[in-house]
Design a protein around this ligand. Structure first.
Ligand SMILES: C[S@@+](CC[C@H](N)C(=O)[O-])C[C@H]1O[C@@H](n2cnc3c(N)ncnc32)[C@H](O)[C@@H]1O
Length: 221
């Protein structure tokens, strides 16, 4: 009888655990691009003035020290928070605002037209391929890392899309940040460094001025 009670207790504990984990799993399995279909709604968050205080876009761009003629791909551009700023900062350059979500791509195209940003070009990507029209000097990825399905394969493919001396900058929510991406979408910087090293990238800069995100820059070894 005691054994039976024990087994029943264990089953209850396992069931409770499964129910606790299920919502997180359900969110992440439905994750990826689908959840970013409402561009106007996301824009209220992504492009809010409050974000500037902690996202520090001016400092991020300054740390990247790009020449005015640089060609940049903002992969996972979302509503264009960084793409628009990059394009304005690079009057002789070009910015590809890349996203997998068609609604975001439409929003990016509309934004470029509405704000008359002629050097910002929206690109419809596939989940495993940014489909860049030409090699770039810099790939910027802000809060996209945790959404990548196979980051190793992705960054291996990206190598051929960088110009000689090209860099990949990754900004992503810290594991212990009080705000930002959902917990199950966060990635430790050590894991990113390992994934990148495995694909032949060298860490060339690590900036720590962002309060909620890590900021790593890589180039090809
Ligand atoms: C959290 S949002 C970040 C948006 C923007 N980088 C920013 O900081 O405001 C992530 C974006 O990445 C896009 N995304 C997810 N996986 C992607 C992939 N494999 N390639 C390109 N875009 C992707 C999503 O559709 C979404 O718009």
């Amino acid at each position: 009888m005691r054994n039976l009670v024990c087994v029943a207790q264990r089953v209850c504990v396992l069931l409770a655990l499964a129910l606790a984990v299920l919502p997180a799993w359900a969110q992440s399995s439905s994750g990826g691009a689908r959840q970013f279909s409402d561009a106007a709604e996301w824009s209220r968050w992504f492009d809010s003035e409050e974000r500037d205080a902690w996202q520090k876009p001016v400092e991020v761009l300054s740390a990247l020290a790009l020449p005015r003629s640089a060609v940049v791909a903002d992969i996972g551009a979302g509503t264009g928070y960084f793409s628009a700023r990059l394009a304005r900062a690079l009057p002789d350059g070009k910015v590809y605002a890349v996203d997998v979500e068609p609604e975001m791509v439409r929003h990016l195209r509309d934004r470029a037209a509405a704000e008359r940003i002629g050097n910002m070009h929206a690109v419809q990507a596939a989940r495993d391929d940014p489909r860049l029209p030409e090699p770039v000097d810099l790939v910027l990825m802000v809060n996209v890392q945790g959404l990548m399905v196979r980051p190793g394969d992705y960054f291996a493919r990206l190598r051929s899309m960088l110009k000689p001396g090209g860099r990949v900058a990754i900004v992503s929510t810290r594991i212990d940040s009080p705000i930002g991406a959902r917990a199950q979408m966060r990635v430790a910087p050590e894991k990113v460094k390992q994934d990148m090293a495995d694909q032949g990238y060298a860490l060339v800069a690590e900036h720590d001025f962002l309060p909620y995100q890590f900021f790593l820059v890589f180039s090809i070894k």
